[in-house]
Write a protein that binds this ligand. Structure first.
Ligand SMILES: [Zn+2]
Length: 202
């Protein structure tokens, strides 16, 4: 049996541990630093400007705008955002909540990607008519009424995995976020902070 040397080694490592704890000022070892709260982080992109690059893949339309600068949202840029996020079935355009752009660009910022990272918009504004038609064929659509207020988007960010986008969005606590496995997209909205189970529509 070689128990004694083992016991000795344990005793030695225990006293070493106590010495380390004592050197740290006693008490329990300090935990890792807590990340700053959302309010302490820059809102999105840099403090000076906020930029988004949106693409509507089926039409290849693209909008690359600085939608916030000099301390305010830019109405012309937001009009371009509204245009690319229009209801593709009826052609109707609706104002888009600028906070939705902050949510999306915040996901990119938190992923350490540049503000020029492409965001694919699969669905933006939905007219009540389009939404009603969708609800009939897609049981997920009933959860997505914020599309009718210009406060929701179904997105993909080609540089990031779909479920990773959703997890980051949930962590941000800025609104609703849910991952749609079947199509690999993330729904984000500026409604209450929440998520939900989705159903495959394939
Ligand atoms: Zn959606």
């Amino acid at each position: 049996m070689t128990k004694p040397p083992f016991r000795f080694a344990r005793a030695a490592s225990l006293s070493l541990m106590l010495a380390v704890v004592a050197a740290c000022g006693g008490g329990a070892p300090k935990p890792f630093p807590v990340p700053p709260a959302e309010a302490d982080l820059p809102p999105a992109n840099t403090a000076a400007i906020r930029r988004v690059v949106l693409v509507h893949p089926p039409s290849k339309e693209k909008v690359d705008v600085i939608y916030w600068h000099d301390g305010a949202y830019d109405a012309h840029a937001m009009a371009e955002v509204a245009h690319i996020m229009r209801d593709r079935h009826t052609g109707e355009t609706h104002d888009i909540d600028p906070a939705l752009m902050d949510f999306i660009s915040g996901v990119i910022l938190r992923s350490s990607l540049p503000p020029t990272t492409q965001v694919d918009i699969l669905s933006g504004y939905r007219s009540p008519e389009t939404n009603a038609a969708l609800v009939k064929v897609n049981r997920n659509a009933a959860r997505e009424s914020f599309h009718m207020q210009g406060r929701a988007a179904d997105i993909r960010i080609p540089a990031l995995k779909g479920d990773a986008i959703t997890e980051i969005a949930k962590t941000m606590q800025r609104g609703g976020a849910a991952f749609y496995d079947g199509s690999g997209h993330t729904h984000v909205d500026t409604g209450p902070v929440r998520t939900w189970a989705t159903y495959s529509t394939r």
